[in-house]
Write a protein that binds this ligand. Structure first.
Ligand SMILES: [Zn+2]
Length: 424
């Protein structure tokens, strides 16, 4: 079949006649169009000759005059799922019909499609320029921006979620935040996707469908002289196949873009982590007494029971806190303190226990200064800085990053007030 490639010549010989356009919104604004001079069915200025429809051609039912370049008989119902096709073209010098790959209109733009394949340490990238009309090109780009905006709004919703939760339910367990955030992100993206409907583009004009690329590249083997192209515009791809003398392979329904939505909850779940820790401090409750102590936080807003000699911890909202240590249902002591963002604190009632910060050296590292620093005695609230292990022994070994041969690690533990020996 003789035909012009992209950018030159007329439509491929023998291809079906394309009902031409009138004042479709995809006619470039710079293009002069005088409807009075031409009956419906005539081509706009700049359209190559040979595309005039047979006399008396009527627009297909349900289509606006001029609302499609595609042969009316090939117009798929727009409620059917989008299907895609595959065709192999030479990797260099592939011939394309000089029509928009999306709507079959006159091409004024080229969209670069590419695919990268990594073999070992080498990345092979192939690129091709696909003819598009300005309107379809703009719609596909707008669709891409819309997808990014949807994802960003989903992540934003996930990041704001702990703030809202903080106001509504200050003592929500951390799990509620971390499990809730991806759900909120996903729900936000789905809701926005429903509310913010993408206008169908070339599909209404009988070619491709949504605001996604009408032609894309599939994976290839680096030594393969052919590249597999995929696309949704059957008429356009059929001509591509004919021009290359190869077969067009139908591939069935095109997968929705919903799969990309999974990015939003994943990123949302990560975004929520710093927000959560900015709103909470890690409070460790130590019970140095021989009685079971129930810590009542801010008059019943949260409660934690700690056995004699034991300890437990909670993430609590930042700000001033008042903790009542209850023994056998009676208030035995009160601890007050300020919880810092990202902070680590120890609440210990009665003020009789002693604590120390102990530094452990691993590998080739050594400790500068004293290994053990006794904390100010008699305090009920400690704010810790740079302490990795609270009320627990340090691990037997630590992992270090590349190039390092040692590390130090601090722990904050209860110690014997006379000997300074760690009790935890
Ligand atoms: Zn187009």
């Amino acid at each position: 079949m003789s035909s012009g490639g992209f950018g030159g010549g007329g439509p491929p010989q023998g291809s079906p006649p394309y009902p031409p356009t009138a004042q479709g919104p995809w006619v470039p604004k710079t293009q002069a169009w005088d409807p009075s001079s031409q009956p419906w069915g005539a081509a706009p200025g700049g359209q190559p000759p040979g595309m005039q429809p047979p006399p008396g051609m009527q627009p297909p039912p349900g289509m606006q005059p001029g609302a499609g370049y595609r042969s009316p008989g090939l117009v798929p119902p727009s409620n059917l799922p989008e299907t895609w096709f595959e065709v192999s073209v030479p990797s260099g010098g592939a011939q394309f019909p000089s029509r928009c790959a999306c709507c079959n209109g006159p091409p004024t733009k080229a969209r670069s499609i590419s695919h990268a394949v990594k073999v070992g340490r080498t990345t092979y990238t192939r690129r091709m320029n696909i003819p598009y009309c300005a309107t379809c090109d703009a719609e596909v780009r707008a669709g891409g921006r819309r997808g990014i905006a949807l994802g960003a709004l989903g992540v934003l919703a996930a990041a704001v979620f702990p703030l809202g939760l903080f106001l509504a339910w200050q003592f929500a367990p951390p799990a509620v935040t971390f499990v809730g955030a991806p759900i909120v992100a996903l729900a936000a993206v789905f809701a926005l996707d429903r509310l913010w409907k993408a206008r169908p583009i070339a599909r209404d004009r009988g070619a491709s469908s949504g605001p996604r690329d009408a032609v894309w590249m599939l994976a290839f083997r680096p030594n393969d002289p052919f590249t597999r192209l995929a696309g949704t515009n059957e008429a356009w791809l059929r001509d591509v196949a004919a021009m290359q003398g190869v077969a067009l392979v139908p591939q069935g329904p095109r997968k929705g873009s919903v799969g990309r939505f999974i990015v939003a909850p994943v990123v949302g779940a990560l975004a929520v982590i710093p927000v959560f820790f900015a709103l909470h401090g890690h409070v460790h409750f130590d019970n140095p007494s021989v009685d079971a102590v129930s810590f009542d936080i801010d008059r019943g807003l949260a409660q934690i029971d700690v056995p004699p000699g034991g300890h437990d911890d909670l993430y609590l909202p930042v700000g001033h806190t008042r903790i009542d240590a209850m023994v056998a249902g009676q208030r035995a002591d009160r601890v007050e303190g300020d919880i810092d963002p990202f902070g680590t604190h120890v609440a210990t009632p009665f003020g009789r226990a002693c604590y120390a910060t102990i530094t452990t050296a691993y590998g080739s590292a050594s400790v500068d200064g004293p290994r053990e620093r006794i904390a100010t005695p008699g305090q009920r609230w400690y704010t810790l800085d740079g302490v990795a292990d609270v009320l627990t022994p340090s691990p037997h070994s630590v992992s270090v990053s590349n190039g390092q041969t040692g590390a130090t690690r601090k722990r904050f533990v209860r110690v014997d007030c006379y000997t300074g020996a760690p009790l935890q």
